[in-house]
Write a protein that binds this ligand. Structure first.
Ligand code: GLN
Length: 485
């Protein structure tokens, strides 16, 4: 390759100086995909023809001087984000042959920016999972150790970025699906505030929690991608009409005066000692950089977030997934004598086990007689958690936690134990419950396996998060390490 694993901002500079064309860069990326894809399996669909066409178009834009920082830069898009004319499967048999007739707003924004889409990235089916093993097609492998999971559900996007198959990716995060795989693959992953980025054209999992965000190689790239995808969209009634700042303006390496809290409740029982040590060292680093750190913060409702999440998310999923009835679109079983039998068989063969488990959990929690005990109670817990965060953010600009209690686990290790799998999101899902923004950035390694640090802030304070992340990144070298595959 012309340059090895360039970041967006490095490639952009080369493109502007005409030292590299988008077509050359795209060809190099497609070559890299040929080389490593048989090992990592990060992509469900490789859109090579489309990519080369978009690259030629980008080269024309670059020649005319009409550019944005994303013009001509290859990106992988999670396969639950609709792309017009390119199949969008959610890694499910149900949507295996679904070709959306429209673009998600974020896809439209990428196209407007002159991006080059190189493929659709693998995920846990309908984004339900933490390892990408629940893909109906194949598991994705962690580029740092091919016998381990890349995290999930955005394991494909994170792996694509970490293994040099794309310069960045878009993922979605309902309970940690951007941040946990970012942590597991040593890339930067941001879940924006609920409402910051349009969800129009994102296949719905749990609509009150879902949010699209960037996975990138460094914090500068994260700011550039957020600039491009954030903003109000009249087609998503939950998007918020706040102006979008230039997020690159917050990339300053000085943290003096920033108040940072460390909630002990996130250092859970069973956390690996290496993970805890790496995060403590990272917190010391933030202090050196000028942050005022309080290590005694208490968020006592944290332990209830997991239970509340696994009521709320499946409840919303059971309602959202009712649309896959074999009539409107997607897989349809033809082998049936009646309409009801057709629906039954469509859902029986179209959905995998984890999706069925969520539908059953959600349908149960919402059913008459149980609604008050489960769904309503979970919503009350949700309010308490949000209020607890609100109070914390009166005293702190940001909270620091590990992204995940462990380093990447082995493929197969947790697949038969849903509760263990759910526990890998214990640090990330309170953030979705409260609608907050949070990032995961590379913060160390244990035995060659990546460790991520999570930075959480109050609604629409992405700038604070990026500032802290950038300062830490500039003072450390973790983000420069590349997986050797
Ligand atoms: N792992 C969590 C779940 O399975 C979160 C998934 C996500 O964020 N999409 O629900």
């Amino acid at each position: 390759m012309i340059v090895n694993h360039p970041t967006i901002h490095e490639a952009h500079r080369l493109l502007l100086k005409r030292e590299l064309s988008s077509t050359e860069l795209t060809r190099a990326i497609l070559e890299r995909i040929n080389q490593v894809e048989p090992k990592v399996h990060a992509l469900v669909t490789i859109t090579d023809e489309l990519a080369l066409k978009q690259a030629r178009e980008a080269d024309r834009l670059l020649a005319s001087g009409e550019t944005s920082p994303l013009t001509g830069i290859p990106v992988a898009v999670k396969d639950n984000i609709c792309t017009r004319g390119t199949r969008t499967t959610c890694s499910s048999r149900m949507l295996e042959n679904f070709v959306p007739p429209y673009d998600a707003t974020v896809a439209e924004k990428l196209n407007d920016a002159g991006a080059v889409i190189i493929g659709k990235a693998n995920m846990d089916e309908f984004a339900m999972g933490s390892s990408t093993e629940h893909s109906a097609f194949f598991p994705t492998r962690n580029p740092w150790d091919l016998s381990r999971v890349p995290g999930g559900s955005s394991g494909g996007p994170a792996t694509a970025v970490a293994s040099g198959e794309a310069l960045y990716a878009l993922g979605s995060d309902t309970g940690g699906s951007i941040r946990q795989p970012a942590g597991f693959c040593s890339v930067v992953g941001l879940k924006p505030t609920y409402g910051r980025v349009s969800r129009y054209g994102l296949v719905a999992f749990a609509s009150s929690l879902d949010q699209i965000g960037p996975l990138t190689q460094d914090v500068t790239d994260c700011a550039l991608v957020l600039n491009a995808i954030a903003g109000y969209d009249s087609r998503d009634s939950t998007s918020v009409p706040y102006p979008v700042p230039d997020y690159t303006q917050s990339l300053k390496a000085d943290l003096s005066g920033l108040r940072v809290g460390v909630p002990g409740d996130y250092f859970v029982k069973g956390m690996q000692t290496e993970v805890e040590a790496a995060i403590q060292a990272a917190i010391n680093k933030l202090e050196e950089l000028g942050a005022e750190v309080d290590r005694e913060v208490s968020l006592p409702h944290t332990p209830y977030a997991l239970a509340a999440y696994y009521i709320i998310a499946p409840s919303e999923a059971s309602a959202n997934l009712a649309r896959y009835d074999g009539v409107k679109y997607g897989f349809s079983s033809q082998d049936a004598g009646s309409m009801f039998e057709a629906m039954e068989k469509t859902r029986q063969f179209g959905f995998g086990d984890e999706v069925k488990r969520r539908i059953m959990l959600g349908t149960y929690a919402l059913s008459a007689g149980y609604y008050d005990a489960y769904y309503l109670k979970a919503q009350k817990v949700r309010t308490l958690i949000r209020q607890e965060f609100d109070r914390a953010f009166e005293r702190f600009d940001a909270l620091i936690t590990p992204t995940s209690p462990t380093v990447p686990f082995k493929i197969g290790e947790k697949i038969d134990d849903p509760l263990q799998m759910y526990l890998s999101d214990v640090c990330t899902l309170p953030v979705n419950i409260a609608g907050l923004p949070a990032i995961s950035i590379p913060a160390g390694f244990a035995g060659g396996l990546p460790i991520g640090m999570q930075i959480i802030s109050k609604p629409f304070a992405e700038e604070t998060i990026l500032k802290i992340a950038y300062a830490y990144e500039q003072a450390t070298e973790w983000h420069k390490r590349r997986a050797e595959i």
